[in-house]
Design a protein around this ligand. Sequence first.
Ligand code: NAD
Length: 469
Amino acid sequence: MRHIDRIFINGEFVTPHGTERFDLYNPATAQVFGQVRLADELDAERAISAAKAAFPAWARTTREARIAALKRMHAAVAARHDDLLEAIIEEYGAPASRSAWMASYPAEVIAQAIDALTAFEFTTEVGAATVQMVPLGVAGLITPWNSDAGFICGKLAASLAAGCSAVIKPSEMSAWQTQIITEALSEAGLPPGVFNIVTGRGETVGETISRHPDVAKISFTGSTATGKAILRNAAESFKRVTLELGGKSPTIVLEDADLSQAVPLAIQAGLMNSGQACVAGTRILVPRSRKAECEAALAQAMAAVKSGDPRDPATEVGPMVSEKQWRRVQGYIRKGTEEGARLLAGGEGRPEGTQNGWFVRPTLFTDVDNQMTIAREEIFGPVLSIIAYRDEAEAIAIANDTDYGLSALVLGGERARGVAQQIESGRVLVNTLAHEPKAPFGGFKHSGVGREMGAWGISAFMEPKTMIE
Ligand code: NAD
């Protein structure tokens, strides 16, 4: 059994005041492998007061000093790659290719923040005025379980680059990954209190951070429901808020798409991170004229997807993170059938050859109407829906008929770019799944507020201040 019983406040590993023990599971076996002792409201307050005390000095540091600190963080996090990889597989169940990316991304995202900080314009002359970008104060960084280390490092690097100090509340379900990252970051030698890490529940530590008058900014990644609660709680003290929330992203297969290229991209987009990705392309829009052909190609590709042991290199879809998540996904599959969608692959239950873990059969529905529950709600599992459209105008209307707007994929020939221009989404990919870390990331509509990454990500922790002399 692994016991995690320290949090990080004011430059030190300390025993939390909170006493609740929370079980940590290996989702591939459904066995408990460890326990984390959770922080409580008092721990959150201590962390906030340490960050408040550290803020003035950190806000005055030079660009060069911040870059040096970020470089030390980068080296320390990169050095823990192998430990992180093991924790990601054991605690989260990400399959080989995904876990390799997830283990190297935390260091990469710090390197990206260094590049953004190097080029950042802190001062701009506008007419008679000088506009200075100044840090907001203490930042509360609240992260989900589905890419724990990456979100912690990304948000922390951007906030420190801006000159903010930080209190981080990671998900209680990814405490081992958090511990490795905390150990690494503690070795980077930043001044005490500049960052603090308190693993605890959302209702206690998360609420305290999002209500506290000494916290100036919240940067949150997680579900839309929690994002709304945070926005309400933050309103009382006018916190600046960045929210990276859920999605129900469309993949539009155009009339002239080459299915030999489009189908693998559509499947990959939908099953990214075992379907537990905010950007997952879960609504696949196909032209009515090619419906049968698209159904056959997509069904064949889905049936070939291996869902099972994350340590098996052939596995593309690992287990769901928790039993709760497994049940939720099963519920959506049942609901899809009940509402009249037709199964082309997968279905309820576990894939053949798996036993105790929280494995799901990669599932593909067709004859899905965009008003059905499975087309409207974020499932967060490997469940994809084919929705047929009459013409391009209807494809665009269906793609945009959603509360969300985080990501979209358009697959096709010369008209693809024109279609992409009409999609209401923070990011639209055309015939590629490439990611550009220098570009802003975030959502339209209920997918969020604000942007992360690059100069946009640093500005989100700052306020413009106009000086006229
Ligand atoms: P969640 O909203 O349940 O939890 C996220 C974090 O918020 C956790 O640390 C949790 O403890 C905390 N929290 C819960 N209640 C809180 C409260 N009242 N006040 C403050 N904090 C609280 O989300 P999750 O299940 O951990 O993650 C999955 C969700 O995250 C999905 O909806 C997914 O789409 C979204 N997500 C979005 C992005 C993005 O960049 N847009 C990326 C990854 C995941």
